[in-house]
Design a protein around this ligand. Sequence first.
Ligand code: GDP
Ligand code: MG
Length: 755
Amino acid sequence: LGSAPGKIMNGHFASTGGEATREQYERGIQVIDEDKEFSDKLSTYLQYEKIIPAGFNYHIISVFGSQSTGKSTLLNYLFGTEFGVMSEQERRQTTKGIWMSKNKRSGAERESRRMADNILVMDVEGTDGRERGEDQDFERKSALFALATSEILIVNIWEHQVGLYQGANMGLLKTVFEVNLQLFIKDSKSIPRSLLFFVIRDHIGSTPLSNLRNTLLADLARIWDSLSKPAGLENSRIQDYFDFAFVALPHKILQPEKFEQEVEKLSTRFREGYRDKKTEGLIDQDDQPLLLPEYHRRIPADGFPVYAEGVWDQIVHNKDLDLPTQQELLAQFRCDEIAREVLVFFDEQIAPLESQQSRDAQAGTPSVIANLGKIMNASRAGVFKDFETEASRYHKGVYSRKRTELEENVDKRLKDLFQGQLQAAHKAGIKGFSDSVSSAVKVGQKKGAHYDFAQIVESEKTSAYTRFEEVAAAAMIEGASWSNAAREIALFKKELDQVSSQLRKEEMRRLATRVERWVRSRLGESIGLEFNKLGSGRGGSGAPETGDNLKQSSTSEKEIWDRIWSIFIKTVSEAEERFTDRAKSYDASSEEVEVGIWRLRRKSWGVLRAKIEEETSEGNIGMKLRENFEDRFRYDEHGVPRVWRPSDDIDGLFARARDHTLTLIPLLSRFKLSTTSGPPPLDEWIGLAPATVTAADEEDLTPIGGVDEEEGKSLEEEMLVFSDGRVADVERRFRKTADSVYVDAKRGALGGVTQ
Ligand code: GDP
Ligand code: MG
């Protein structure tokens, strides 16, 4: 993970190994050919020579001079290059255009005198060439090119040419100076200095080098003075732009050994060093290093091919060569290229996660990606570090702009991943929470134990919250201000609360159902008993049937509704207590409890109504009335069955018993309290719907007359057990039953048949 230095640049250059390439580049590369075409192989060559990854650790040196002055020969000796040289016999121009080759020598044995790394030497076509005739144009253009790129310009000159002001070399130098003024006029602040290094050939020795040097310096000053300078630069001195160095070499053919010795010595001066303040522009001491930092053009090696080509293109098309602009263009081009390259590795890490996330999101099954934070952090740090390593060498303004662009691009993608992760964690967390609460409740129910719902919710909530915070923390990106989950964490917490309250509602519904069931069974029993008492008119006391007893029994019958109502109220209030206790332990709010009780009362009323209907159904009521009647008619005050004798007042007993039972029918036809002679205060007891009741709370409720006004049914109607029609019908049936019992009694008395 992270930085992938090996990846950078490799994609850009075809494989450069192999014998063919070695042969192809043995003699360097022709950067610019005789048709002024720039080579498309320069970057391949620099890759082959391993210069591309060198950053600023490389140097460019050019050589100038009249044709056939032994320039190529000198370079080959100095740098072990294999530039073409003219054979002694032929005397024809060999170097065409501009060639470049890497230094092949390693220099001296002693480390302190070792040649600099990665020296690139440019052999520039000689001037006043026979082939080109007086091609001033090419001479000018190649001088511009060399000046724009090179740290050292070697001026190769015969000793006998020194002082010949009209000589070809001086013409060339005039060109170099003019071109230099033209080149750097744009931006006088950023003028890099160059070293003009005079190599005086075939030095016989009779004139000391210092004399030759003074002559040359005087000539140079004269040339400089003669130039017409652009406005603002009228008083500029040649030393403002150039340093100078001089060396003299012996005759190569007459003194070959001395020549080689001197060249050997000279080669070691191509090493890096610092300016000696005393020299004042003359790098002229024996053995002084030549490669000073201020000569470097500060073009990163990997950008050199593009830069050089851009510069040449401007030169060839006679455009004003504006180096700062060229450097900005280069920076833009290379920064974009580097950004693409560093993003390749970033993509390998991040793109699969992006597509996984979007696939899952589309399928509606967002999932938390394992190790996302780690991968994102490493990829982000890696991509920025790679970019910085390669791109920060370029123009600072462009670099920082491009870095911002890259950061925005990278961070936008990471931010999406980050948020997708939090969304997935949110969804999974909420679902996990409600699932684990449900299953904990199920386990609690199975055990039958009194499980603590509130505690289950609390502990599952805490663990869901902690898990979410952990995922959020793990997805956090170091140093990215946008990677902040505070809002998401708050949202998650809020939804947890909502879901908890939903779950509590459901749990309360379950509780309410349990309590209702309890009410149903309690009422079933106790209300059933009340109705059964009707069957034993005298309360089965066995006490003699005195007037008191009769009165008691009928009083007790008359109060059946009072008792039912009070049993009902008492049962429901017990149920309410159970409900409230339990609901409080769920952390239910008092509003929720209030709604629950309201519902419970209404439902309980329904239960009671159903029980009453059951007890007063056609079959049941007939049986109850018959039992009530028979109990009085067929049994004596001691509860002993009567054996009818003709002397018995059958008619009287019959009429009393029947009339008594007949009073029950209107009594039972309406739920009415004896104390008020009105319906029970059901409306008051249920009360108004609490303010917090929702539609869902009301969904399964049956309307109650007199309570739900809009039903158009009064409380009286709600309390109606039989209609008037039904009263008559029940009475008619009862009379029939009683009559047949009477007939049987009569018959028994006459026949003396006991039953
Ligand atoms: P270039 O055109 O400047 O690159 O010159 P070359 O390197 O091709 O050499 C031109 C000719 O000068 C060749 O015949 C060389 O043998 C010869 N030559 C090279 N070095 C010297 C030298 O130091 N002194 C003299 N007199 N001749 C040389
Ligand atoms: Mg040559």
